[in-house]
Design a protein around this ligand. Sequence first.
Ligand SMILES: Nc1ncnc2c1ncn2[C@@H]1O[C@H](COP(=O)(O)OP(=O)(O)O)[C@@H](O)[C@H]1O
Ligand SMILES: [Mg+2]
Length: 352
Amino acid sequence: MKIGIISLGGKSSKALAEACKEFFDSVDELDLKQFKVHLTDDGIGINYNGKDFDEYDCLYIRGSYKYALLQRAIAKALFKKVYMPIEPKSFSLAHDKFLTLLELQHAGVAIPKTYYASNTDLAKKILEEVNYPIIMKVQEGTHGKGVMIADSLKSARTILDILEEFKKPYLIQEFVKTKETSDIRAIVAGNKVIAAYKRVAKEGEIRTNIHSGGKRKPYQLNKSEEKLAVKSAKAIGAELCGIDIFHSDRPSVIEVNLSPSVYRIGNVAKTNVLREIAKYLYLSTVKFKEKKQEKIKKKISKIKKSEEESKLNAHESYKENEEKIEKKKSNKKISKSKSVQKKASSLQQYLD
Ligand SMILES: Nc1ncnc2c1ncn2[C@@H]1O[C@H](COP(=O)(O)OP(=O)(O)O)[C@@H](O)[C@H]1O
Ligand SMILES: [Mg+2]
């Protein structure tokens, strides 16, 4: 079986490709930047490195929010034909922090209180109504970039001015206080969390991201956190993803990562995460192919059945026709013999 890992070539994607070699016959590392998409009345054409895209049994798309549209288009074109762990719509949902929260809230997942306004005047009003500190962040971003804390209305107004200058959509969110300034990253594969760890922010920092100096620490996820992570992944339509959970007075989810870091996290996660993901991709591909074959078999037997039925119908109508012809013939014979009889009796009259 053949898998393609579409990514920007990061360490995690490379390590995953390596791990997939244990299960798949062929593993291709594909560069997300080299994909082109064309839409026509007939469908979505996918072009890779100037050629029509190859056939795969499994495709796992990773990469940054900057490529959300491309990722969605590739997934849309191939989702029914090839096994893919992430649904097309997920690339738009998960890469936008507000859309993510909208979906999570709808699915009944606890989230931090979040405000959104499409213009600065309304945003200013929100700033007057909230309790401080608050978080202000851009809707699209990673590694903690674009996440700011305001501990007073004064600082919030200054941040608003900056956000206004950048002309990027943003959110206003309650600041969730956690022990040690930390969050939990749970890596979901289907109905299970295959790895989890804690991220603790560095001294004087509110962001737990590893890129902001955060440190990973072992963490034992409890049952309700595991349920929350799986539910969140399902709400977004991603079988494989990283869910970020605040372990506060009540657990809440802040983010879904479609391309979580899985490079060298085995020591804190206590499982061979790369192998678990590779195994999940392989087993899901097998299931997908079996289902597809089952569907094809059903279709073929339906066609055969309808062909047999139409043959039978044709035979029966042929028989009916034959009978009609026979009847007609015998009717003709009867009427002929009747007319002969009539003629004979009239001739008899003359002879008499
Ligand atoms: N509402 C919040 N309350 C407390 N900390 C927050 C909040 N939102 C974000 N953070 C901190 O900032 C980090 C980055 O925020 P996040 O929304 O995950 O953006 P990114 O996509 O850049 O990681 C989080 O991991 C968390 O440590
Ligand atoms: Mg994050």
